[in-house]
Design a protein around this ligand. Structure first.
Ligand code: GDD
Length: 325
């Protein structure tokens, strides 16, 4: 949705692909710009459909942000995740290749820091070897390499943004940042049920999605396609994220116990705010991610505007306004 806004601001004619749903209500994040976008029913698993849309719309730029994007869910739906996140990219590239015979078309692939998985070096750069740790990341690895391969084999403009975690108030509640913001606000409003989380020690490099779509756009405006890490260069744990949200609300969390027995207690009232549940642990965890985006900063002149604190505070502010006023 942030990318659509950015392109509309720049005067682009924006087209979007939509998966049909029987309830038709999964467009909350784009409702405010819906009238300015042309939608096409589609699905990354449907090659014929992708080619016919490509030849009809004849876009100058194609941004592939479509995916089964939840790492945990990829263990429940590994085949679907592979169909969409790996072979879906191939199908889209084939459609782009077909159109590229007639006109210039640039392709952007949303690659991910999950590719680094069990990290081989810290911080991670464009040259750090990959070690994916989930069906999601393994599928994304195919998407990454097929994008490189089509560039090298067919001289297509096809680039990868290797984006570290990017969050915003629009983040789905099943991802940890939004889940924490929602959960702690609910506790503040009187909910006595503790927020149940998985690995509190996981370290992530969190940035704001609004900054990261600027980088996507800049990648595509280059004369030569290439692959770039996009990251904040700062690392925080899930526990730090909880503390930062609590601080915004005016609660102080005291952490007690370890591992599955760890709990977060409201220091003032003694209320149990957070507990750890095995349910949210992953079969293979990505423990630590930290990006080095020197190449993007130097080549693209990309300048992120949000600090970690700005990001957390904006998420809290919107959660507060939407629910309680
Ligand atoms: N979702 C979730 N729920 N994660 C939890 C929880 C919980 O209750 N408790 C702890 N975590 C930990 C996860 O184990 C993980 O280490 C970390 O919090 C972040 O989890 P997510 O927010 O689900 O994001 P992710 O890092 O797995 O993946 C996101 O970022 C990638 C990199 O940009 C997704 O957006 C991916 O699609 C994306 O590729």
């Amino acid at each position: 949705s942030y990318l659509a806004e950015l392109l509309l601001e720049k005067g682009y004619d924006v087209h979007g692909l939509v998966r049909r749903s029987s309830t038709g209500n999964n467009t909350a994040n784009i409702n405010h710009v819906k009238d300015q976008i042309t939608f096409h029913y589609s699905d990354l698993t449907d090659a014929a459909n992708l080619e016919s849309i490509m030849l009809k719309v004849r876009p100058d730029e194609v941004y592939n942000l479509g995916a089964q994007s939840h790492v945990s869910v990829s263990y429940d739906c590994p085949t679907y995740t592979g169909d969409v996140n790996a072979i879906g990219v191939l199908k889209l590239l084939e459609a782009v290749k077909r159109l590229a015979k007639e006109k210039q078309v640039k392709f952007y692939q949303a690659s991910t820091s999950e590719l680094y998985g069990k990290v081989k070096e810290t911080p991670q750069t464009e040259n750090t070897p990959f070690y994916p740790r989930s069906p999601y990341a393994v599928a994304k690895m195919y998407g990454y390499w097929i994008t490189v391969n089509y560039r090298e084999s067919f001289n297509l403009f096809s680039c990868n943004g290797i984006l570290f975690n990017h969050e915003s108030p629009r983040r789905g509640p099943e991802f940890v940042t939004r889940k924490i913001v929602q959960g702690l606000f609910n506790a503040w409003m009187g909910d006595r049920e503790p927020l149940r989380l998985g690995n509190l020690d996981a370290l992530r490099d969190w940035g704001h999605a609004k900054d990261y779509v600027e980088a996507m756009y800049l990648l595509v405006q280059q004369d030569v396609s290439d692959d770039y890490v996009i990251s904040s260069g700062e690392q925080h744990s899930v526990r730090d994220f909880c503390d930062m949200v609590a601080d915004y609300i005016g609660i102080q969390i005291e952490w007690q116990g370890e591992g599955l027995d760890e709990v977060g207690i409201d220091m003032k009232t003694g209320q149990r705010l957070i507990e750890v549940s095995e349910e949210f642990y992953r079969p293979a965890e990505v423990n630590t991610l930290l990006g080095d985006c020197t190449k993007a900063k130097q080549t693209l002149n990309w300048v992120p505007k949000y600090s970690f604190k700005d990001l957390v505070h904006e998420m809290c502010k919107i959660e507060h306004n939407e629910n309680y006023y």
